[in-house]
Design a protein around this ligand. Structure first.
Ligand code: GCO
Ligand code: MN
Ligand code: MN
Length: 386
């Protein structure tokens, strides 16, 4: 019942299960694995797909011969395991070149190199089968606003997105972009800090239909925000092109924990939203195992991400089928239609009828709402006693 299948579209980045445990204070605790070895690990745990940054697969300083060998081994592993590549992205954050941003750098040569690097990475991603291309602007930000005009930064980001959309159209690629927001880390402040910022930004692009979002649980949680509400806004605007699932304690450093490891209830309502609205895209676990793990435990981590999603999916079905919950929902949403002639789309007649109508304000305010009861039933489902 909780065994993942291809239909679940569970994916992992090479950098997730391949994370070696390095952090800002400490050296790796696990030996690095080659990309083709990671593909086999993912197949073993039952994943559907693997994603990569250009340099997760091919190191930035690889020779053409090394690159050819890596790609050959990687494609062979994909072939042997049936693992697919649904998404690719560019590393525009590790190399010192990008210390002041890539598309928003103050140096025009760096901005040009960022486009050059991204076009090559897009070519490689498409060659592997990617249909979604993620943009996470990790270095697109500042430590001091003395360094950069934030309006200039928005314009530079827009110019880059417009350029790259035209490139994709010019190549005839079947590829969509998904923009990923994060409030901070590794920069002090990152531009377009939330999914909501990204959604507004997308509407200002030349080809907005090619661009959606890739929200990540941890990133809205870092900012103390309700992730499910941000995903809902993306879904409502047909912009949920991809999703990064993981978990994160509010207010802490960027933790990228196993999905549902911290906030079970938030994870439940997220899965409920995705399942109830029929989200059909990839579910990417952008997370990594604790630094204390060995590779046996990394597999437990990866299995745990997928299993938690499937357990929560089953809880959602239970919640939706619960007659007591459904009765409460009916009570909460009772509507005798008597207000319909006064609301909805505006007309002058409606407005004047509404203005002259009298309301029993005290009665409305006195009406009880059984949200405690509803929430308790939700908790009991999550605790497994219902
Ligand atoms: C993070 C980000 C990244 C991006 C990845 C793909 O917290 O570091 O989420 O993992 O998702 O770079 O663009
Ligand atoms: Mn993250
Ligand atoms: Mn992410």
């Amino acid at each position: 019942m909780y065994t993942p299948t291809a239909a679940d579209k569970f994916t992992f980045g090479l950098w997730t299960v391949g994370h070696t445990g390095r952090d800002p204070f400490g050296e790796p605790t696990r030996a690095a694995k080659k990309p083709h070895e990671i593909v086999h690990l993912l197949a073993e745990v039952g994943a559907y797909g693997v994603n990569f940054h250009d340099n997760d697969l091919v190191p930035i300083d690889a020779t053409p011969a090394e690159k050819a060998q890596i790609i050959k081994d990687f494609k062979q592993a994909l072939n042997d395991t049936g693992i697919v590549v649904p998404m690719a992205t560019t590393n525009l954050f590790s190399d010192p070149t990008f210390k002041d941003g890539a598309f928003t750098s103050n140096d025009p040569q760096v901005r040009a190199y960022a486009l050059h690097k991204t076009m090559h990475a897009i070519d490689m991603g498409v060659d592997m089968g990617a249909k979604i291309y993620v943009f996470w602007g990790g270095r697109e930000g500042t430590e001091t606003d003395a360094s950069k005009d934030p309006i200039t930064a928005i314009k530079r980001n827009r110019e880059a997105m417009n350029y790259l959309c035209e490139y994709v159209k010019d190549q005839g690629y079947d590829l969509k972009f998904a923009l990923e927001a994060k409030p901070n880390e590794p920069r002090g402040d990152i531009y377009n800090a939330t999914t909501g910022n990204m959604l507004a930004f997308i509407e200002t692009l030349d080809n907005p239909e090619m661009v959606g979002v890739n929200p990540e649980v941890a990133h809205e949680h870092m900012a103390g925000l309700n992730f499910t509400h941000h995903v809902a806004q993306a879904i409502e605007q047909d912009k949920l092109f991809h999703i990064d699932l993981n978990d994160q304690s509010f207010g802490r450093y960027d933790q990228d924990f196993r999905f549902a490891a911290v906030n079970l209830k938030s994870a439940f309502f997220l899965v409920k939203l995705l399942e109830d609205t029929g989200y059909a895209g990839n579910k990417h676990f952008d997370a990594h195992a604790y630094r204390t793990s060995d590779y046996k435990d990394v597999k437990a981590f990866a299995r745990g991400c997928m299993r938690n999603y499937l357990i929560l999916k089953e809880k959602v079905a239970r919640w939706n089928a619960d007659s007591e919950i459904q009765a409460l929902l009916e009570e909460i949403n009772a509507d005798d239609g008597s207000m319909d002639p006064l609301m909805g789309s505006y007309s002058a007649d409606k407005a004047s009828a509404l203005k002259s109508r009298s309301f029993d304000r005290a009665a409305m305010g006195a009406r009880g709402l059984p949200y405690e009861a509803l929430d308790q039933l939700t908790v009991e489902i999550l605790l497994g006693v219902r």
